[in-house]
Design a protein around this ligand. Structure first.
Ligand code: FES
Length: 299
C-alpha cells in the first residue's frame, strides 16, 4: 500500500476537471490537446486546454488518463494549478510544483508528476504549432532506454530538475530502466556526467551554468560571420519550416552583438501571440543551437 498524502487521496476519490473539452466554434477561444505516455506502458494522459486567444489565458483545463491513484491526483492538481494562467506562466510549472501541490508523492510515483508536466508542454506546443524538441540529430537526443523510448536529453532534464542521484530514482521519474534493465549502466553514466558538470568550479547545483558556458565557449570560437551564418542556418532549417506550415515566416534582418533582429511575416506578423512565437519558437531555439545569450526582437 502506497503512503499517499491526504491531498492525493482527496483528488483521487473526488477528481477535479476530468473529461475533455470539445471545440465549439466559440469566437476568440481555441482548444489545445497534449497527449503523453502509452497504454502499453501502463500510463497515458491526455490534457485539454481551453485558451482565450487574445490574452493567451487558460480558461479551462481537463484531463483523461489511464493511470493509477497518483496519475489521477497529479492530473487533477495540474488542471487546478494552471486555470487562469497564461500559456507562458503555465510553461513554468514543473513536475516538482505538481508534487508539491499534492503534499508530495511516493518516490516510485513521481513519474506521474513528470507525465503531467510533459502533457502540459505538449498541449501548449501543439497550440503554438511548435514541435517538441526531440534533438534526434545530436548525441544528447540518443535513445537510452528502448523499452520505454526515453532519450538521453529527457533523462538529463529530469536529473537536473529534480537533483536525482541514482538510476532507481530515474526509473521512478521517467520509467527508463524499469523494463529489461539493460540501460541502467548508461543511466548511471549520465548521472555521473551530470554530477561532474555540477561539481565543476563556479557552477550551480543543476549544471545550468555548465550548459551556458559550453554554449558560450562555442560562441566565442565563432567569428561574427560564422555566428550570423549559424543563426541563418538554424532559422532556415529548424524554425521557418514550422512557421511556414502555420502560414507564417521569419526573415533575418540583422545581428547586433547578441541582439538578433527578425521580421515576422504572414500569419506571424499579425498574430496576437507573435511575442510568444518569438520567445518560444525562435529565441529558445537560437539560444539552444547558437548561444544562450542571444535575444530575439522583431523589427
Ligand atoms: S532498455 Fe531501458 S529498461 Fe530496457
Amino acid at each position: 500500500m502506497w503512503d499517499y498524502t491526504d491531498k492525493v487521496l482527496e483528488l483521487f476519490y473526488d477528481p477535479k476537471n476530468q473529461g475533455e473539452i470539445e471545440e465549439t466554434g466559440e469566437t476568440g477561444v481555441k482548444v489545445a490537446t497534449g497527449e503523453i505516455g502509452s497504454i502499453a506502458c501502463g500510463d497515458a494522459l491526455r490534457l485539454h486546454l481551453k485558451v482565450e486567444v487574445e490574452s493567451d489565458k487558460i480558461l479551462d483545463a481537463r484531463f483523461q488518463t489511464f493511470g493509477c491513484t497518483s496519475a489521477i491526483a497529479s492530473s487533477s492538481a495540474l488542471t487546478e494549478m494552471i486555470k487562469g494562467l497564461t500559456l507562458d506562466e503555465a510553461l513554468k510549472v514543473s513536475n516538482r510544483d505538481i508534487a508539491d501541490y499534492l503534499g508530495g508523492l511516493p518516490e516510485a510515483k513521481m513519474h506521474c508528476s513528470v507525465m503531467g508536466q510533459e502533457a502540459l508542454e505538449a498541449a501548449i506546443y501543439n497550440y503554438r504549432g511548435i514541435p517538441l524538441a526531440t534533438h534526434d540529430d545530436d548525441d544528447e537526443g540518443a535513445l537510452v532506454c528502448s523499452c520505454f523510448g526515453i532519450s538521453e536529453s529527457k533523462i538529463r532534464r529530469v536529473i537536473l530538475e529534480n537533483n536525482l542521484t541514482d538510476a532507481e530514482q530515474v526509473t521512478n521519474y521517467v520509467k527508463a530502466g524499469g523494463g529489461c534493465g539493460s540501460c541502467l549502466a548508461n543511466i548511471d553514466d549520465i548521472i555521473r556526467s551530470v554530477q561532474q558538470e555540477s561539481a565543476a568550479p563556479n557552477l550551480n547545483n543543476y549544471g545550468v551554468k555548465v550548459a551556458t558556458e559550453i554554449v558560450t565557449s562555442k560562441q566565442q570560437a565563432l567569428t561574427n560571420v560564422q555566428k550570423i551564418a549559424l543563426i541563418q542556418k538554424v532559422l532556415d532549417e529548424e524554425v521557418r519550416p514550422v512557421l511556414i506550415a502555420d502560414g507564417g515566416d521569419v526573415e533575418l534582418y540583422d545581428v547586433e552583438g547578441d541582439r538578433v533582429k527578425v521580421v515576422l511575416q504572414g500569419a506571424c506578423g499579425s498574430c496576437s501571440s507573435s511575442t510568444a512565437t518569438l520567445k518560444i519558437a525562435i529565441e529558445a531555439r537560437l539560444q539552444d543551437r547558437v548561444s544562450k545569450s542571444l535575444v530575439v526582437e522583431a523589427v
